[in-house]
Design a protein around this ligand. Structure first.
Ligand code: GLA
Length: 397
């Protein structure tokens, strides 16, 4: 007797990037001036500084690594900058318990004119998989403006990555221009930039709206991203671009292309808002030499816990006036995070009755920058510095 057995292929339900990816990215500090020695040193520093322990585990290589294609059209690393090749780099970071991210573009050439992946999607995805790459940032320079083409090109690389035999997270980078929050998850991306490149400044002072690609400071970026909370969740994140913390306007494209640097208070606000909004966290400063302020901001575990909270809910901006923004983020264990941003140029007092943001009852209030319980109440009032964001964790009692 012949027995027919039907085997149903089980569809994988695993979510890639169930919490926002965290790591360090080459771009803001090095620009295209990258090489394997510096990147290995950064990987070493990621471990020795405590960044890895704090949750940062990707080393993201941005634009500038490609050396063209070989005689079989396989994409290759620049042999001068990466003499050992990308596979050796992947092995190096994996041995430390880290992961490797790489960069390409949905056109023949990247933003800086290096060889990119259009029409080589399958082949490049296989190459990246064979090297042990864990993440691909896929840019959109030199590509047509319309949304339909962008969707097709991103879907093509997403499919190729899915068929590559390795789990590779896809970061879509078309700067929010074609509203990727509406289509990028369906196309196969796990995160998408919602804004143009961030510059190392608090906000744009030109008075013009989005004059050019150098428009975005911390406040502009946060304001644009604040309304996009409905689209974010586990495996589908609004990416607000790199953290500027510790750059101080000194190095790389975020400075030379329109950044003047920020104060530590402003960097602390960036960290607070990027965590409240569940943005991926890509540090971009020199991890080999960080001052105490930079370390305290980047490695604040209680703030990072908001970003990595498994519920995966981006905060909602409940109050927004000329001087104040108040953000509310529900957390998996039933607590709430509340952020109070003083947008003005002066230190000011603020009174927040929690019922105004929909929280009724009495809460134990923990200040996550002071690392202290500051009372049990149905409200908070106190001083907030100019451009400072207070962040509290509220536990109902
Ligand atoms: C674009 C991206 C940046 C960076 C550069 C590299 O501007 O938005 O994040 O990757 O390209 O050239």
């Amino acid at each position: 007797m012949i027995v027919h057995i039907t085997i149903f292929a089980q569809k994988s339900t695993k979510i890639l990037a169930p919490t926002p990816p965290m790591g360090w990215m080459t771009w803001n500090y090095f620009g295209t001036d990258i090489n394997e020695k510096d990147i290995r040193e950064m990987a070493d520093a990621m471990v020795s500084s405590g960044m890895q322990k704090a949750g940062y585990n990707y080393v993201f290589i941005d634009d500038g690594w490609v050396g063209g294609r070989d005689n079989r059209n396989n994409i290759i690393a620049d042999p001068k900058r990466f003499p050992a090749g990308i596979k050796a780099m992947a092995d190096y970071v994996h041995a430390k318990g880290l992961k490797l991210g790489i960069y390409s573009d949905a056109s023949p050439l990247t933003c800086e004119g290096y060889t990119a992946s259009l029409d080589f999607e399958e082949q490049d995805a296989k190459t990246f998989a064979s090297w042990g790459v864990d993440y691909l940032k896929y840019d959109y320079c030199n590509a047509p403006e319309d949304s339909a083409t962008a969707v097709l090109r991103y879907k093509k690389i997403a499919d190729a990555l899915r068929n590559s035999g390795r789990e590779i997270v896809l970061g879509i980078c078309e700067w929010g221009q074609r509203k990727p929050w509406l289509w990028a998850a369906k196309a196969g991306g796990q995160l998408w930039r919602t804004t143009g490149d961030i510059r190392d400044k608090w906000m744009d002072l030109s008075g013009k709206e989005k004059v050019d690609f150098n428009w975005n400071g911390i406040l502009n970026t946060a304001d644009q991203n604040a309304e996009l909370h409905p689209y974010s969740g586990p495996g589908k994140w609004n990416d607000m671009d790199m953290l500027l913390v510790g750059l101080y306007g000194k190095e790389g494209p975020s400075s030379t292309k329109g950044g003047v640097g920020c104060s530590d208070t402003e960097y602390q606000t960036q960290m607070s808002l990027w965590c409240m909004m569940n943005s991926p966290l890509a540090a971009s400063n020199d991890l080999r030499k960080m001052n105490e302020a930079t370390k305290n901001i980047l490695m604040n575990q209680e703030i990072i816990a908001l970003n990595q909270d498994e519920l995966g809910k981006q905060c909602i901006r409940k109050i927004n006036t000329e001087n104040w923004s108040v953000f509310l983020k529900p957390l998996k264990n039933g607590d709430f995070a509340v952020g109070i941003l003083n947008r003005s140029k002066n230190v000011q007092s603020y009174d927040l009755d929690f019922s105004k943001i929909g929280l009724n009852g009495i809460y134990e209030i923990k200040d996550l920058w002071l690392h202290q319980n500051v009372g049990k109440s149905n409200k908070w009032n106190g001083k907030v510095d100019s451009h400072e964001t207070k962040v509290f964790r509220l536990q109902k009692i």
